[in-house]
Design a binder for this molecule. Structure first.
Ligand code: ADP
Length: 410
């Protein structure tokens, strides 16, 4: 950094020369001496001094105080008054121009030196302060702008969310409507198919009974095929009717005695249980639970029925049924020691008409698990199967308790 530049504003030449010498000796660079206010302003503009030392009584139209005011207004240059006047009025006028010092002549060189150093230091500090304040103001403005942008973005997300929720609700309502229409259609078609199918089945039975023995072997086989196919179609229609009916009535949640439910389902399937030699392991202890009794009964009947169907040849089914609390809900499970399910097939078997076995191996319509899934979903629940081929399967149904939203089973 070079020497601090000082402008002297003094109309007495001798005083000015003396001052210049003293300042130079003190290590300052005197950039000029002005005898009038006008000359002082010109020199300030030309040299941009770091400090101006002003006498109050000078030549020209402006006195030192007016000149200091103009320097302050037009240029950022600190001033120090060097004057012989110390009267009240002069002092007050000088104060209004915010000088960095006011030295009464005659003054000591030490006094002048200290006043100049303090003025230079104070002025540079003020400059730094102004710069920091400006930076802070800019930063605050930036932050305010960022906050405004963030708030606008959040408001937009909220607006989008609201419109999304509304669209989802509309879409869901439409889907529910379409589903209802579809179920009504399935129901009426299945219903109307029953009468002609009964006729086909009845006549096929008569044909087999009366003529199959005398007819040629091919004709007898065809008759029995018709009978078998109409049987299969009858089962399919009955299952479809049940499926279509699952969602047609309102879901009624009530307290359920799970042990009681299991024994009623076991009684219903008593014939098949006896025929397959199956043993059922009922739940030893069940937590209190709520649900729709009809839907729960349909779920359990289908799962136990499947466990009785898909057992290993020569191995009687062993079926364990249980219920426990899980994730703010309850989980019901049916575990068997049957043929199991190949990896990757677990998810799709809950869809209607998805079968992993032929009718020859295992008769069925492919609707049972679709009924289970639909019934669980109507109660806000979820279905899951854990299985390994040849190692049995566990079907689980998670149902919320007092909370209608569906949760996944872990
Ligand atoms: P269905 O039993 O009438 O064919 P489901 O919808 O009940 O129809 O079952 C779909 C398919 O899932 C069945 O065809 C069978 O391949 C498989 N499956 C269902 N339950 C079991 C089980 N407990 N063990 C092995 N496979 C099963």
């Amino acid at each position: 950094m070079g020497k601090p530049k000082i402008l002297i504003v003094e109309d007495e030449a001798i005083v000015a020369v003396d001052l210049r010498e003293r300042l130079t000796a003190l290590g300052y660079a005197v950039v000029g001496v002005a005898a009038s206010g006008e000359s002082a302003l010109r020199q300030v503009a030309r040299h941009s001094p770091d400090l101006a030392l002003l006498d109050i009584v000078i030549k020209g139209n402006r006195d030192g105080i007016e000149t200091a005011q103009a320097i302050r207004d037009q240029h950022d240059v600190p001033v120090i008054y060097l004057t012989a006047y110390a009267d009240h009025e002069t002092l007050n006028r000088a104060k209004a121009t915010q000088p960095f010092a006011y030295l009464i002549k005659p003054f000591e060189e030490r006094e002048l030196h200290v006043a100049i150093e303090i003025a230079l230091y104070k002025h540079s500090m003020e400059r730094e302060l102004r710069c920091t304040r400006r930076q802070l103001q800019e930063r605050v403005a930036e932050l305010q702008e960022q906050i405004a942008i963030k708030e606008e973005a959040e408001a937009q997300v909220r607006r989008l969310n609201r419109s999304l929720e509304q669209r989802v609700a509309e879409r869901t309502a439409k889907l529910q409507e379409a589903n209802k229409d579809m179920e009504a259609f399935v129901y009426s078609v299945s219903h109307d198919l029953r009468a002609p199918l009964r006729a086909i089945h009845g006549f096929a039975e008569i044909l087999v009974r009366r003529y199959a023995v005398e007819a040629d072997p091919d004709a007898g086989r065809y008759m029995r095929n018709i009978l078998q196919a109409s049987d299969q179609m009858g089962r399919l229609i009955e299952d479809l009717l049940v499926y279509a009916q699952v969602g047609r009535r309102a879901v009624r949640s009530q307290a359920i005695d799970f042990g009681d439910l299991v024994s009623r389902v076991s009684q219903q399937l008593a014939g098949r249980i006896a025929a397959t030699g199956a043993s059922i392991q009922p739940p030893c202890d069940s937590p209190p639970m709520c649900g729709d009794a009809t839907l729960l009964s349909q779920i359990l009947t289908n799962l136990v029925d499947n466990a009785l169907t898909y057992h290993k040849a020569g191995v009687p089914p062993y079926i364990a049924i249980g219920c426990r609390r899980q994730n703010e809900g309850i989980c019901i499970w049916v575990r068997d020691n049957g043929i199991g399910i190949a990896p990757g097939c677990g998810d799709k078997i809950f869809n209607a008409f998805q079968r992993l076995h032929s009718h020859e191996d295992y008769p069925g319509s492919g609707i049972g698990l679709a009924i289970v899934k639909r019934a669980a979903e109507l109660m806000g629940g979820k279905t899951k199967v854990d299985s390994m081929k040849g190692k049995g399967s566990t079907f689980s149904i998670w149902l919320p308790q007092g909370n209608p939203t569906g949760r996944s089973i872990h």
